[in-house]
Write a protein that binds this ligand. Structure first.
Ligand code: HEM
Length: 457
């Protein structure tokens, strides 16, 4: 059936009313996840939205998610409007590239994330966890979001660059804050000043990119001195050769390195921050974890080889990512006219899939809003339709770092919980704010209580 006859014959999907001119764009800025969740429940499985003049659709159905992310993925490319606004950060790296260029880059980067390779990074993760836990004092209150960002940036920097960013953490942290601020602005605001504009915000954003670029350039030049002896992700990118035997241009290596650095640390940091917050709200589950960890590890520090037996820790991370998916929105743009679920979709339309809304859907999860890690203990994973639980996205563009992230989250959390109990020390809960990751606004202030007899050496 042609699109024209479909357009005439098919009913239009319904959706919430939008504002004159702006459409639903302000709803996105105010409370993106809450808004999309309400839309999915009220109007799903396809919800009609509008972003200023552009048609947009929220898809909230496992089969249709699969169709967009896998079945017809070539017709649904990355959100070009957004990525063109943040080209300065991500360039044409894996996250933002499309088509043949993306396919080639993904092929070249994939070996760096192979299971065996990831296992080697387990040591880095355990070492940094021990270092952080060594700094924690009994009874002190610390913002876990700050600590998790620091540790996650150290882990990814070591795996990527073989560099200890300890000396640069303050520099990297503040550059990242400015960078994420700039990215969020470009993601959520309809009218953002162009990159050349001499405004304060744009200047801060440009400076942040320049600082990260400088760091990456330094790491690249250090690598050149002894490339063959390095076992890092950066070395792998620098040594990669395409079918014609050509290396990646330096600019492309920079784009991939910055992409992996940005994509690889704030995601894991938010996952761990929300997990620790949830643990403070569920002391009984903390006790369950203590017992499981003590029994499995008998006081020694967790290692990559323990992953398979630290199941209760993994359920905890999964459950936390179900309720607070670090990437709470997956966005695409239709290349050609097409149809989704019988509805005509015009070329250029924006397509949104909300892991937040899917993973809180009571059709798939009992007590969907409750934190119940034990729900993952009896094969829920294999009973759920695919493309319901999707913290790492899905299809060919699924997260390349998913194994890395799970291993990191499980090893770090096991080390923390082995030695400490966590008590929430804030006046009100952190507020989830959907930027490029799901930021806990207000931080996650936690009082640390050393467990008696904890060693973990
Ligand atoms: C809990 C941690 C993480 C979460 C929840 C997460 C989530 C995601 C999601 C949902 C996507 C797909 C986005 C889309 O389809 O538009 C993605 C892609 C990606 N992630 Fe992750 N991620 C995490 C950790 C990491 C780590 C540790 C790395 C690297 C070290 C990484 C690197 C990437 C890259 C490069 C892509 C783009 C892949 C491609 O398009 O080929 N992520 N991630």
């Amino acid at each position: 059936m042609s699109l024209l006859s479909l357009a005439i014959a098919a009913p239009r999907p319904l959706g919430p009313p939008g504002r004159p001119v702006l459409g639903n764009i302000l709803d996105f800025g105010r409370d993106l996840n809450g808004f999309l969740e309400r839309c999915a429940r009220e109007y799903g499985p396809i919800v009609k939205l509008r972003m200023v003049h552009r048609a947009a659709y929220l898809i909230a159905d496992p089969e249709l998610n699969e169709y967009v992310l896998l079945g017809n993925y070539r017709n649904f490319v990355k959100h070009q409007m957004f990525f063109s606004r943040v080209r300065r950060v991500f360039g044409w790296g894996l996250l933002s590239a499309d088509g043949d260029q993306w396919r080639k880059q993904r092929r070249l980067a994939a070996p760096g994330f192979h299971r065996d390779r990831i296992a080697e990074y387990g040591r880095i993760m355990s070492d940094y966890a021990a270092e952080l836990v060594g700094e924690w004092r009994d009874g002190e209150v610390r913002d876990m979001y700050v600590d998790m960002r620091d540790i996650a940036s150290k882990v990814v920097a070591r795996a990527l660059f073989d560099e200890d960013v300890a000396g640069d953490v303050a520099e990297v942290g503040s550059a990242m804050d400015d960078l994420l601020g700039g990215i969020t602005e470009r993601m959520l605001h309809p009218l953002v000043a162009p990159d050349w504009a001499p405004t304060r915000n744009v200047r801060r954003y440009r400076r942040a990119v320049a600082r990260i670029d400088k760091l990456v350039a330094r790491f690249m030049s250090q690598h050149r001195k002894n490339l063959d002896e390095r076992g890092t992700l950066l070395a792998m990118l620098m040594q990669a050769r395409d079918e014609d035997g050509k290396p990646m241009p330096d600019a492309q290596i920079r784009d991939e390195a910055v992409t992996l650095f940005v994509a690889g640390h704030d995601t894991t940091a938010t996952a761990l921050s929300w997990t620790l917050y949830l643990l403070t709200q569920h002391p009984q589950w903390q006790a369950t974890l203590h017992a499981a960890i003590d029994q499995t590890l008998a006081g020694r520090a967790p290692q990559a080889a323990d992953l398979a037996v630290l199941q209760a820790v993994e359920w905890t991370v999964r459950e936390s990512m179900r309720l607070y998916p670090p990437v709470s929105l997956v966005a695409r743009q239709a290349v050609d006219d097409c149809e989704i679920g019988g509805y005509p979709i015009a070329a250029g339309s924006l397509i949104y899939i909300s892991p937040w809304a899917m993973q809180r859907d009571p059709r798939y999860f009992n007590d969907a809003r409750d934190f119940k890690p034990e729900r993952w203990s009896d094969g829920l994973d294999s009973r759920l339709p695919r493309y319901v639980f999707m913290p790492f996205g899905g299809g060919p563009r699924t997260c390349i770092g998913d194994r890395f992230a799970i291993m990191e989250a499980v090893l770090l959390l096991a080390s923390f919980v082995q030695q400490f109990e966590f008590e929430y020390a804030g006046d009100k809960p952190p507020k989830p704010f959907a930027s490029i990751t799901l930021i806990p606004v207000g931080g996650v202030p936690v009082r640390l209580k050393r467990r008696s007899g904890a060693t973990g050496k």
